[in-house]
Design a protein around this ligand. Structure first.
Ligand SMILES: *[C@@H]1O[C@H](CO)[C@@H](O)[C@H](O)[C@H]1NC(C)=O
Ligand SMILES: *[C@@H]1O[C@H](CO)[C@@H](O)[C@H](O)[C@H]1NC(C)=O
Ligand SMILES: *[C@@H]1O[C@H](CO)[C@@H](O)[C@H](O)[C@H]1NC(C)=O
Ligand SMILES: *[C@@H]1O[C@H](CO)[C@@H](O)[C@H](O)[C@H]1NC(C)=O
Ligand SMILES: *[C@@H]1O[C@H](CO)[C@@H](O)[C@H](O)[C@H]1NC(C)=O
Ligand SMILES: *[C@@H]1O[C@H](CO)[C@@H](O)[C@H](O)[C@H]1NC(C)=O
Ligand SMILES: *[C@@H]1O[C@H](CO)[C@@H](O)[C@H](O)[C@H]1NC(C)=O
Length: 458
């Protein structure tokens, strides 16, 4: 410690001496200005493409500068920005640094669009020597909020909607539209000629004669090669009167079982849905009735009514109804008792086997009736899934057709969910199946033989 200080001072003095000696020798040895060795640039000035708001610098490397000075000039505006390290331009975003040797840098912070142009690093020889570099300022895309365009757009079905998306940026952004869920955009011209495309390019997306399937989220995406691209979401709402489709208008189930009645509804805005009995009594959620709905898409849903532990008074007509501001729709389902043959019941005490049956046509003819019976040997179809299809299609009620109750029809159960695609409101699915939802825990009937009675045409 006692030796440290004098030693340190000595070493610093020595360093200072060396520096001064070096300085003088360099100064004395330096050739005066206007000697034959002229300043020369060691590298080209860079070209820069800069995103607005970023910082950037130009680097100018000059050898043999001697007493000449380096100046920075914005050559398109002829403004002198700096001479040596002295700033001339009154722009706080500009600065110059010199590394004490041969390198000068012009720094531009928080680059703005008006900073773009040609920059020159110049040495005041006669004639002057210079180099130029170009700065291009790019701006990532932005989507302007057009105050006349709400994000939520609503049209009546078959009406028109115009979606607008104004984007700014440099270079000029390209605007494309696509649906958020990846479905194609449907475009119609003035003559309602339709085409679909995954994307549409342009600031305006004109949806003519809009249909319910075109409801949903649309994105406008603006990009110009300068990241990040931006997007804006528009929710397109299509309004229409409710539509109800009933795939099973006739349902048969045995006493004591639970039965599921279903209605498919399309509605926008969402409808008020209710279930009624034929006597006009509105059904509420209770121990007897389990009411639920599942949303299938933006405008379609499935209404389920489970009637539990059927008794005689539960048979009859059920109506599902959907109502919104544009109108009302109804669908009816007839619930019939499915007779269970006594003989089979007697022989079927095993409740585990009950699930292993298939319907089989009984050749036995009872007067004007055909019977369909369970035969336990044929297949593994579970009873729960064996909707037993009857020839009781309304349209074909009078035409005798015993073959309709066929294995192939049975295996088609449960009926395919109604296509979400729009179909004519008047169309009803006439594949009227009769199905029973069997709950083996509740219904200890054991081995069941179910006889379905069909009236046939004389
Ligand atoms: C800068 O751009 C100019 C003109 O486009 C070109 O002549 C020059 O070589 C470029 N400089 C560099 C360093 O690439
Ligand atoms: C360049 O634009 C910035 C920000 O827009 C502004 O503050 C500045 O005055 C402009 N400079 C010139 C020379 O126009
Ligand atoms: C969606 O549009 C593309 C063309 O953009 C077409 O090739 C494709 O078949 C369309 N898909 C459907 C499901 O229409
Ligand atoms: C309605 O019934 C169908 C068919 O059984 C079932 O898939 C669906 O989950 C049920 N929905 C509700 C909400 O219970
Ligand atoms: C069930 O079907 C098999 C053959 O398919 C037949 O031999 C048997 O008699 C049938 N049983 C009843 C109860 O119909
Ligand atoms: C009704 O029966 C006729 C002949 O029996 C048949 O051609 C027609 O397809 C049936 N209709 C339906 C809806 O099953
Ligand atoms: C019933 O099934 C048989 C064979 O399993 C077939 O030949 C017949 O065409 C089917 N009938 C109907 C109406 O599907």
């Amino acid at each position: 410690m006692a030796y440290g200080l004098p030693y340190g001072m000595a070493s610093r003095n020595f360093a200072l001496c060396a520096l001064i000696v070096t300085f003088f020798s360099v100064t004395l040895g330096q050739t005066p200005p206007k000697s034959e060795v002229l300043p020369e640039f060691l590298a080209l000035l860079e070209n820069h493409t800069v995103t607005q708001g970023r910082d950037v610098s130009f680097t100018c490397v000059v050898n043999h500068l001697q007493s000449y000075k380096v100046a920075w000039i914005k050559s398109d505006s002829r403004a002198i920005l700096a001479i040596h390290t002295h700033m001339v331009a009154h722009n706080p975003r500009l600065s110059v640094t010199h590394n004490g040797h041969n390198t000068w840098k012009l720094h531009v912070t928080n680059v703005q669009p008006n900073d773009s142009g040609t920059y020159m690093c110049q040495v005041n020889t006669d004639p002057m020597r210079s180099q130029t570099g170009y700065m291009k300022v790019v701006i990532p895309p932005d989507i302007m909020d057009l105050d006349n365009t709400a994000d939520m757009l609503t049209a009546k079905e078959n009406g028109d909607l115009m979606l607008r998306c104004r984007a700014t940026g440099n270079p000029e952004p390209v605007v494309i539209w696509r649906r958020e869920d990846g479905r194609n955009i449907t475009l119609r011209n003035e003559n309602s000629v339709k085409r679909t495309a995954r994307t549409f390019e342009g600031e305006q997306l004109h949806l003519r004669g809009i249909q319910r399937q075109e409801m949903g989220s649309y994105l406008c995406i603006a990009s110009n090669g300068v990241p990040p691209s931006v997007s804006k979401r528009y929710y397109v709402n299509v309004r229409f009167k409710p539509l109800i489709k009933v795939s099973n208008q006739l349902v048969a189930a045995p006493v004591d079982s639970d039965v599921l009645l279903q209605c498919y509804v399309e509605s926008s805005p969402k409808a008020l849905n209710t279930w009624y009995r034929n006597n006009g009594v509105k059904l509420l959620e209770s121990e007897k009735h389990d009411i639920s709905e599942i949303i299938l898409n933006d405008y379609a849903y499935q209404l389920n009514l489970t009637v539990k532990r059927l008794d005689k008074s539960d048979f009859g007509t059920y109506t599902c109804s959907a109502e919104n501001a544009f109108g009302k729709a109804e669908g009816s389902i007839r619930l019939q008792e499915l007779q269970i043959s006594k003989s089979t019941t007697a022989s079927t005490q095993n409740t585990e086997l009950i699930e292993k049956y298939i319907w089989r046509k009984q050749t036995e003819k009872k007067g004007k009736k055909y019977s369909y019976m369970l035969n336990k040997t044929e297949s593994d179809l579970t009873l729960k899934n064996v909707g037993h299809t009857t020839p009781m299609s309304r349209r074909n009620l009078s035409s005798s057709s015993p073959n309709i109750a066929n294995k192939s029809r049975i295996s088609a159960f449960p009926p395919p969910a109604p296509a979400p695609a729009h179909s004519a409101p008047t169309r009803l699915d006439v594949q009227n199946g009769v199905k029973s939802l069997h709950d083996s825990r509740l219904c200890h009937v054991g081995f069941v033989m179910i006889v379905l009675v069909i009236l046939i045409h004389d």
